[in-house]
Design a protein around this ligand. Structure first.
Ligand SMILES: [Zn+2]
Length: 215
């Protein structure tokens, strides 16, 4: 089963991708992760990406698509994948469409997880990261915010710059302007499912599973 997970920052795509990956037995392909893997494994494209990242620039679409191509051609995705974090622009969606055609990948589901902007801002502004173990946690679920519940480090939890309210608002604006139009691009090309992300994690997941496998 081939899935593209789509939705604004903070809507819970990463969390759903992990659960779906386990339930469906197909890998979660996060573009951030595969880019870091390619750099760490020093693949040809990884080395090229590293040069660009080191010079402080954004990795161009051709390289990201190239790295996605390598992953989609590999054994690990032969039964499907869950793509998370890509495409973020209509141009990227077009490149991905070429790639799907080239690799004979059809029957792709687009799962659009929706949420209200205020809820997304509220959720993301509660997010904390641990300097010690890199865990990402929710302030609501931590008993003592001075101690990391994962590794026990003291005073190691901090708010990433990306999760500050003003930055979140900017990210959502960028999403609305450049990413949201991707939905229109896919409307007639893919099976698009719309899922209400304004529900508990398990309920969101149950709804996705029901839509994917209606019987
Ligand atoms: Zn920790």
């Amino acid at each position: 089963m081939y899935i593209i997970l789509f939705g604004s920052p903070g809507v819970g795509k990463g969390t759903q991708a992990k659960i779906l990956s386990e339930k469906l037995g197909i890998p979660h392909i996060s573009t951030g992760d595969i880019l870091r893997d390619a750099i760490r494994n020093k693949t040809t494209l990884g080395l090229e990406a590293k040069k660009i990242v080191d010079s402080g620039q954004l990795v161009p679409d051709e390289i990201v698509v190239g790295i996605i191509r390598e992953v989609l051609k590999s054994e690990q995705t032969k039964n499907g994948f869950i793509l998370d974090g890509f495409p973020r622009t209509v141009q990227q969606a077009e490149s991905l469409e070429h790639l799907f055609n080239e690799l004979n990948i059809s029957e792709v589901f687009l799962i659009h997880i929706t949420a209200h902007t205020e809820e997304v801002i509220r959720r993301l502004s509660l997010r904390r990261s641990c300097k010690q173990c890199q865990a990402i946690l929710n302030l609501n679920e931590i008993e003592n915010p001075e101690v990391c519940p994962i590794c026990g480090a003291i005073n190691s939890l901090y708010q990433r710059h990306d999760d500050e309210e003003s930055v979140i608002k900017d990210r959502i604006n960028i999403y609305n302007i450049t990413t949201f139009p991707v939905l229109d691009f896919y409307k007639d090309r893919k099976k698009c499912l719309t899922i209400d992300g304004f529900q508990p994690i398990e309920a969101v997941n149950a709804q996705i599973m029901k839509e994917l496998k209606p019987d």
